[in-house]
Design a protein around this ligand. Structure first.
Ligand code: UD1
Ligand code: CA
Length: 435
């Protein structure tokens, strides 16, 4: 592979990423591949992929094994990923060995990360890469210092602070177990050096696995330059090996999502009793009241009020100044600006216009037992309390629906309290002109 030539004419080494994601996740007790378990609405692997891309890593090799078809399907649209199969999971070193046939001619750097660590930050990766390039080292790792280092590989340094290697928790002596500096598995290697070192490692440890961390020791013992920088904030280190850790990591991610929204002018009245999906967008001066759950790709405009106890689902769009109040469930629906549904409603697969009043207890019946249908409500319409709109149905602009009405398309029996039909198109409802 050719080296990149930068603006000043100097050659710049290319950097690829390798993400280890072949493990079954035995401790999760699951049939779903571990890296597909969701953190705030997205598979945990997606966060690792995103941070690599944001750090400028140009191509990714992702090691898959257990449930590989499922993992690949989830990211099928990505053109910057080469999927590498590890048939048997013989350790993190073995996982990287599976990339060797693909990288025979590659002469650059590789960042290696684990797919079960979604809390990784782009800034940390950039710092790791900058240090690696500046120091021209053969291996660079980013480490962290934890109050409780149990379970992690320990960073062993000599009395001058030089990196000597990493010892896995299960292989540590009593003295090594007291080391608080740990390996969060953020590495950058010169690929040619690592390629060589991988040929030297053996599974001679408690777990009988090929450890990637042993390849680092091989490089150090052969006199190559290897450095470790303490660049990973302790709260980012947690990786997911169990359902408990999945919940813990999700909580950290949730507070990042909410911090980001608050930094952009969104009020979240009670952050610990609010859940917002990583894919949601919320505009400035919107207020999210307690016990609101926003799931999926939801887009909320400026100056809206949502909740308390609102459930907004995938595909929902709120233009500006929309109010969705207490006990409202909304799915895949679009609301024009100024529309209000303040109390106890289900609204599914609807296109609701501007300045529409949706009364208490209104139900949009979008499912007939076989198919999902759409409802359209025109601008400035009034829907009285307790109305049921049976989809498919179109309610014209300025319609007035009496409280308690059951509205169907024309051609079917309707119990709507109709005064005057404004509908012209076939299939429109028998709703009456507003007041
Ligand atoms: C690893 C590190 C440890 C570090 C910890 C940080 C090694 C030997 N140990 O331990 O130093 O503190 O991460 O979280 O590297 N995987 C494969 N194929 C395999 C084995 C693992 O793809 O054959 C993948 C897993 O799917 C997972 C990642 O590698 O995403 C890490 O494996 P895991 O078994 O969780 O390693 P740890 O014991 O956590
Ligand atoms: Ca792990």
């Amino acid at each position: 592979m050719a080296k990149k030539v930068s603006a000043n004419g100097k050659t710049k080494k290319r950097t690829i990423g390798i993400i280890l994601a072949a493990g079954k996740g035995t401790r999760m007790i699951t049939d779903l591949p571990k890296v597909l378990h969701e953190v705030c609405g997205r598979p945990m692997l997606a966060f690792v992929i995103d941070s690599c891309r944001a750090a400028g890593i140009e191509h990714l090799y992702i090691i898959v094994g257990y449930g590989k078809e499922h993992v690949m399907r989830e990211f099928k649209d990505a053109s910057d990923i080469t999927w590498v199969e590890q048939k048997e999971q013989k350790g993190t070193g073995h996982a990287v060995m599976c990339c060797q046939p693909y990288l025979k001619k590659f002469d650059g750097d590789c960042v290696i990360l684990c797919g079960d660590g979604p809390l990784i930050r782009t800034e940390t990766l950039k710092e790791l890469l900058a240090k690696h390039h500046h120091e021209k080292s053969s291996a660079t790792l980013a480490t962290s210092i934890l109050d409780d280092p149990t379970g992690y590989g320990r960073i062993v340094r000599d009395s001058y602070g030089n990196l000597q290697g990493i010892v896995e928790h299960s292989d540590c002596t009593a003295e090594q177990k007291r080391i608080q500096e740990v390996n969060p598995s953020y590495y950058c290697f010169d690929w040619k050096d690592l390629d060589w070192a991988l040929g030297k490692i053996t599974p001679s440890n408690v777990k009988k696995e090929y450890y990637l961390t042993d390849a680092l020791s091989v490089l150090i013992q052969s006199g190559k330059k290897a450095i470790a920088i303490t660049a990973v904030p302790p709260q980012d280190v947690l990786s997911i090996n169990s359902r408990h850790q999945l919940a813990e990591v999700s909580k950290v991610m949730q507070s990042r999502i909410q911090d980001d929204l608050m930094n952009h002018g969104v009020t979240i009245v009670d952050p610990s009793n609010t859940w917002i999906d990583a894919r949601a967008y919320i505009g400035q001066d919107t207020v999210i009241n307690p016990f609101t759950y926003i799931h999926g790709r939801v887009k909320i405009g400026r100056n809206c009020r949502v909740g308390p106890f609102a459930y907004l689902r995938d595909g929902t769009v709120l233009e500006d100044d929309v109010v969705l109040g207490v006990f409202i469930e909304v799915k895949n629906s679009h609301f024009g600006s100024g529309t209000r549904a303040r109390h106890h409603s289900y609204i599914g697969d609807a296109k609701v216009g501007k300045q529409v009043h949706i009364g208490a207890g209104t139900i949009f019946a979008n499912y007939d037992g076989k198919t999902i249908h759409e409802t359209q409500v025109g601008d400035l319409s009034f829907i009285g309390s307790g109305a049921t709109l049976i989809a498919p149905i179109e309610v014209a602009n300025d319609s007035h629906i009496e409280p308690g009405s059951v509205i169907r398309s024309e051609g079917k029996e309707s119990s709507a309290k109709v005064k005057k039909t404004t509908s012209k198109k076939p299939g429109k409802s028998g709703a009456s002109q507003k007041r």
